[in-house]
Design a protein around this ligand. Structure first.
Ligand SMILES: O=C(O)[C@H](O)[C@@H](O)[C@H](O)[C@H](O)COP(=O)(O)O
Ligand code: SF4
Length: 615
């Protein structure tokens, strides 16, 4: 099947827009390879420090032609998804030795669990923690000891941060090694039902705690299709992990065999291996478009409308929301996984998972099948199912979906479009995910009720002030204001109002969780209130139209009056829980549409100043 014309034209538009920045990026990566720090170029003292504790690996590490894999780990016990990584480095060192290579932990990077911080002050550190993860990755890799890189990370800001950092060492072959989703517990819909009963005072804290523990019950990624699992989908469809490795449960024989196969393969593609695959060549415009297509086809997390532009920029590639909106019109919604459906990622994986999805999208010409990938056979390998045979991973061609209620084909998708919409109007430019919204709620026109703090919404609800059609406006939630937290704690409250028959929508310059779903929400609205964006002019009672059909976010106020209004002043900055440490990031970041990164904003200024004079 020939490449879909929209995919082709959007790819061409991205290549054209990125011509200069991509050329400079590749030139810098060539400079890193040819002249940058590397194990053979270290002085004796440098090398002695790096291998002092390496014990039996020392002789290999002293050999310039050997292969040393650098592990960047984001292990901690806060994220159930990352908890299995505690055991990975020691296992990976054994697997590396099996193929004559060595492995060392290059460094660690922090990882925030957005579930632990959801609705808490810590959530205001979440988005910018991604820059910290990227810089921590660079600190680890700056030792220059490695011919290949293994990134251990799964959740929200962590995979984007790891990739943003590793891409600045794009001369190195790099692979992400996942750990997989926890086995299914209490169904997500039931968890959500109990939460809605709780906010209505119909069940107590004990019942809620029991439901939450039954849902999040063991090691592994949470099983809803949120940002973490969207990361896994995206990395797989970009070919940056072993084929069909994203959604194998932790602590299973297949997971263990896949981790071992990943380390063996990484040694093969490393700089001294026989099949060198530098990250900078794996992550090109086509791979980025594949990630966007995967995001749209699966109704993935809206956070990737911020993360994907940031990852792309770290590779010298510039994408915008118009690219995503154009692709969305051509890419059908092929999966229904909670919150866009009732089943979870384990069910998705069971009925065919990534291999079936990729096979179907490739057949329809919606993916670039000529990207480099880390797999020997290239992108074709990603349309193959992994299984265990005599303790080895073997692959067979993907089969059609076993359940059309979860995973469909392009001919009969769930929706003709990818469900992520660019929203525009007199209140700014934002994003809307429609894949989880019932048709009847795609157009909401109702009076505004304005808040500056998400917790005040719950209070207004408890006081019975929201029992009506309402567009809840929560502003001063952008990157500059307070670090652009997720406002997912609003979901149960707004969901109850919707279930009571009211027309409800959310309008915010903040973010929502990938796990947010049923309530219409125009999010990432910019320019943000903190910089005087029009959302700062909205008043209680203004009629607002949020329409995913036309892509409209409009305050229905007389234009002359609207233009004459002054933006309200920002609330004072919040201190405590380390938020004051991130004032630096909040002061120099980019807007959401270009990735909301403080680090990249400054990086691009420096790169622009150097131009082509890379030395
Ligand atoms: O973007 C995401 O996918 C979310 O940040 C997710 O990682 C977060 O942890 C949710 O808050 C979990 O869902 P609950 O908060 O509903 O448990
Ligand atoms: S998916 Fe979210 S809640 Fe679950 S471990 Fe990852 S960050 Fe935490």
């Amino acid at each position: 099947m020939s490449l879909n014309s929209v995919v082709e034209s959007v790819t061409a538009r991205i290549i054209e827009r990125s011509k200069v920045s991509r050329r400079r990026y590749l030139a810098l990566m060539e400079r890193n390879r040819a002249k940058g720090v590397s194990r053979p170029r270290l002085a004796c003292g440098n090398l002695a420090h790096a291998i002092a504790a390496a014990a039996s690996d020392k002789p290999e590490l002293m050999r310039p032609a050997s292969t040393n894999l650098g592990i960047v780990t984001t292990y901690n016990d806060m994220l159930s998804a990352h908890q299995p990584y505690g055991r990975y480095p020691d296992q990976m060192k054994l697997f590396a030795r099996e193929v004559g290579a060595t492995a060392q932990i290059a460094g660690g990077a922090p990882a925030m669990c957005d579930g632990v911080t959801q609705g808490q002050e810590g959530m205001e550190l979440s988005l910018f923690s991604r820059d910290v993860i990227a810089m921590s990755t660079a600190v680890g890799l700056s030792h220059g000891m490695f011919e290949g890189v293994a990134l251990l990370g799964i959740c929200d800001k962590i995979v984007p941060g790891l990739l943003m950092g590793a891409l600045r060492f794009g001369h190195l072959p790099t692979m992400l090694i996942p750990a997989g989703p926890m086995p299914s517990g209490l169904p997500n819909k039931e968890k959500q039902r109990i939460r809605q009963l709780y906010v209505q005072g119909k069940v107590g804290q004990d019942r809620l705690m029991e439901a939450e523990n039954a849902s999040y019950h063991s090691a592994g990624t949470c099983t809803f299709y949120g940002t973490a699992n969207t990361n896994q989908m995206m990395v797989e469809i970009m070919g940056l992990m072993m084929p069909d490795s994203a959604f194998i449960n932790p602590n299973t024989p297949l997971r263990q065999a896949m981790t071992r196969a990943s380390v063996h393969r990484l040694a093969e593609i490393s700089l001294n291996g026989e099949d060198v695959r530098p990250l900078a060549q794996c992550v090109d415009e086509k791979a980025i478009v594949n990630a966007a297509v995967g995001l749209l086809a699966t109704g993935g997390s809206t956070n990737h409308t911020i993360h994907l532009p940031a990852i792309a920029r770290a590779a010298g590639i510039i994408i915008d929301w118009e690219d995503l909106s154009r692709l969305s019109a051509a890419v059908p919604l092929m999966t229904r996984v909670y919150p866009s459906g009732s089943e979870d990622v384990n069910a998705f994986n069971h009925v065919g998972g990534m291999p079936t999805l990729i096979a179907e999208l490739s057949r329809a010409g919606l993916l670039h099948t000529d990207i480099m990938t880390v797999s020997r056979g290239g992108f074709a390998d990603y349309a193959c199912r992994a299984s265990l045979q005599d303790d080895e991973v073997v692959y067979t061609h993907a089969k059609p979906s076993l359940d059309r209620d979860i995973l469909r084909d392009v001919k009969e998708p769930f929706k003709a479009d990818g469900g992520i919409k660019l929203m525009q109007g007199n209140v700014g430019r934002g994003i809307y995910k429609s894949s989880a919204i019932a048709e009847e709620f795609l157009t909401i026109e109702a009076p505004a009720r304005v808040f500056h703090d998400q917790h005040d919404v719950a209070t207004a609800f408890q006081n019975g002030e929201l029992e009506r059609d309402v567009v809840v406006v929560v502003r001063f939630q952008g990157p500059e204001a307070n670090g652009m937290p997720e406002l997912h704690k609003l979901t149960p409250t707004l969901g109850v109002l919707q279930d009571r028959g009211y027309k409800v929508a959310l309008l915010t310059d903040g973010r929502m969780s990938g796990a947010s779903g049923k309530v219409p929400a125009a999010i990432h609205v910019g320019p943000e209130a903190q910089v005087g964006g029009p959302i700062a002019r909205v008043r209680d009672g203004d009629m607002i139209r949020v329409c995913a059909v036309t892509g409209q976010i409009e305050v229905l106020v007389d234009p002359t009056e609207w233009e004459a209004r002054e933006p309200v002043a920002p609330p004072p900055p919040a201190l405590g829980t380390g938020r004051e440490l991130f004032a630096l990031m909040r002061s120099v970041h980019d807007p959401a549409e270009t990735g909301a990164s403080a680090m990249l904003a400054q990086m691009d200024q420096v790169i622009e100043a150097v131009g082509d004079a890379i030395h």
